[in-house]
Design a protein around this ligand. Sequence first.
Ligand code: AMP
Ligand code: DBH
Length: 554
Amino acid sequence: MNHQTVPDADTEPGSAPDPSTVLATGATPEDAARYRALGAWTGDTHWKLFRRAVDAWPSETAATDRHRTVTWSALDQGVSRAAAVLSDAGVCRGAGVIVQLPNSVTYLETVFALWRLGAVPVFSLPAHGSAEIRHFAAHTPARFYVSTATPNRHLTRVHRDLSDLVDAGELTTVLVDEATPWAGAADLPVPDAADVPADELAFLQLSGGTTGVPKQIPRTHDDYLYSVRASLEVCDLRHGDVLLVALPASHNFTMSSPGILGAVQVGASIIFATDPMPTEVLPLIAEHRVTHLALVPPALISLLNFPGRDSYDLSSVRTVWVGGAKLSEAAARRVRPELGWTLQQVFGMAEGLVNYTPLDASVDEIVTTQGRPMSPWDEIRVVDDADVDVPPGTPGNLLTRGPYTIRRYHRAPEVNARSFTADGFYRTGDIVVFRDGTLTVVGRAKDQINRGGEKIAPEAVENVLLTHPGVHDVSVVGVPDDLLGEKIRAFVIPRGGSDTAASDPAAAGLTPTKLRKFAREAGLSSFAVPDIVDLVDEFPLTGVGKVSKKDQQG
Ligand code: AMP
Ligand code: DBH
């Protein structure tokens, strides 16, 4: 059993975590004592949160997807069946389980069943390719993988590409049919709920990586559920409200700001869409009298510009949360007059810190800032490149520390050394202006592309394209795009030069289309496949002879 468990601290697999050192998040015992004394960490767990909802509102509607609608009590039964099936597959207390499911009731059943068992979800996105799933399997102790058995072209390919890991016994797969899930559960015993300490690792959350591939973010029950309660304090999601979940369910924004877990905490019902685009979102808002939804900027802009919008009754919506990437002031200004909704900008990160524009802020604050830190215990520093604090109102690098911000990634000592200060501040990589308690994002210092809220490490895309036998070198950059904010552009030097008709045999006939197809088939996430590929003979160089990504951004 030990080889399957995810240790609390940064210990090697198989060695027992030492609870007297530091928590999974890197919080010290002193931090823990302080956050408990302040009342931020309460000892609550995700399983207890779910139990309270089931006990409080058993016959109220909990969630709806395109296959079914469940009450909290029916959801609880589904969770029990899921726990039985997962346990039968070998998932035990402490086991790491990669979850790659579309937005669905099945997703809720899976994650709450894992928390019931005291297992550790390792979250991935439905759009992730097999390359990312392989990375999670290699860099976390997860030996289980839960995904969908419902027909899905992308995920079917991912499952096929993972078959060698399954054949080698390195990954145990549980595929669940979203319409008739957990077949066979009736004959299986339902394991008791595990008694789990609230300061233990609850799951590994995703981060858009800055170094090649996504890094895993260790979150505990204590710190994460505090972030959910703190979100609810500054949001207006209440019992009886209807939350539309259109962004990927496992994303930190969707999960916790205030998100799915906020809905479980207050007893709001959850409507799952599988896509945030207007043709999917608008009918669901009208049909289910949706009161709240979260969108990334491109989805909001598509909705603002959608020609048939007026034929839907959108009057039930009170608040739209928009975050993940910078929302333009122009789009922000249109929300109230054109949709009649209250806009709450959300600037968050899976590593922790979340900022919201207050519901009662002035219009100018709502449309020009990315909000205020949601907790009084969030510590904010804005510094220059020498880590010296800059005066208020001056752009600088945002550093943060607090009761729900990690102080280290899961087992990544080198990344940790550059992503955190010695005294535990997270280097967000965002360039901000901090003025009168509000943060405005003005730029980015990290090597990351933000494609409409999806974070992509250029290096991850470069590494995949470099495996093509006809490719000599690759440089990937983000270029401005009206809708997405940024698109991915790959400059590729084919072996033997850009004239592929006359080049090296391995590069013969290479075209941008073929390279994009290659990237997709090599297992790259659908959102990380380059939007533009240019075949070139050389890259622009900087004065010191490095590839000038600035010049490539045009
Ligand atoms: P991640 O660390 O992958 O969870 O991504 C978080 C990053 O997304 C932040 O550090 C910002 O760069 C970006 N981000 C999130 N929300 C916003 C927002 N409202 N405005 C600008 N950037 C944002
Ligand atoms: O982009 C993000 O990671 C994000 C955006 C808004 C986030 O993690 C959040 C809110 O909690």
